[in-house]
Design a binder for this molecule. Structure first.
Ligand code: PLP
Length: 219
């Protein structure tokens, strides 16, 4: 199967109101351009320098999302153009994004990452930590970031009910915080293996890589 066929199949399986982020990390520009030619404009990357290089070479109407763990010293590479940062997991990181965005006279959209999985290697706020962070963000009134919602990753497991339970936890927290966070409209959850469950549980945005571009070779 080619990238465009895969993309078409994924798009057919998604409700119209769910936004697809095509995760192109580790994939060459030719693959991205195949999806681009089919109309895909939102792509996700997880390394700052790789994202910067791709941004420079590829069409300027691509909307680039940063989906990985972001270190504060790497924000500068992506601040001039990045549209949405999915995995903000500390107030300090959010403040630094605000500083870098200001330098470019931009407002950068961000999501708060919530740790919902059983794995302890993944980053993110606990649900309570996220509630506290939301309160602090409201009091800070940062002008160059806009917190649009939440992002999470479920446990990597064949246990579909466990995955569903974790997505439900995130959706419940999202609905709770939406009342206090005026810009909340985005719930980013679901990857190649579990996006159908995520959509059933209320995802507004899914991040799909290998199902579109094939398995990745990590070098
Ligand atoms: C790599 C990655 C994805 C895409 O994973 P696939 O299993 O290839 O669909 C989604 N979200 C994040 C945060 C990732 O790092």
């Amino acid at each position: 199967m080619s990238v465009d066929d895969n993309l078409e199949e994924v798009l057919r399986s998604l409700p119209k109101n769910v936004t697809l982020v095509a995760v192109s990390k580790f994939k060459p520009e030719e693959d991205i351009m195949q999806a681009y030619e089919r109309g895909q404009r939102i792509f996700g990357e997880s390394r700052a320098q790789e994202l910067k290089e791709k941004y420079e070479k590829l069409p300027k109407d691509i909307e680039w999302h940063f989906i990985g763990h972001l270190q504060t010293n790497k924000i500068k590479y992506i601040a001039p153009f990045v549209r949405l940062i999915h995995a903000v997991d500390s107030i300090n990181l959010l403040k630094e994004i605000d500083v870098q965005a200001k330098k470019h006279d931009r407002v950068i959209d961000c999501l708060l990452e919530v740790h919902i999985s059983k794995e302890d290697t993944k980053f993110g706020f606990t649900p309570d930590g996220c509630r506290e962070a939301a309160a602090e963000i409201r009091s800070l009134k940062l002008e160059n970031v806009r917190v649009r919602g939440l992002m999470g990753m479920a446990t990597f497991t064949d246990d579909r009910e466990e995955v569903r339970k974790e997505f439900k936890t995130l959706k419940t927290l999202f609905d709770e915080l939406k009342y206090e966070m005026p810009d909340f409209d985005t719930l980013s959850m679901g990857m190649s293996e579990d996006y159908e469950i995520a959509v059933e549980e209320g995802a507004t945005m899914v991040r799909i890589g290998s199902m579109i571009f094939g398995e990745r070779q990590y070098k």
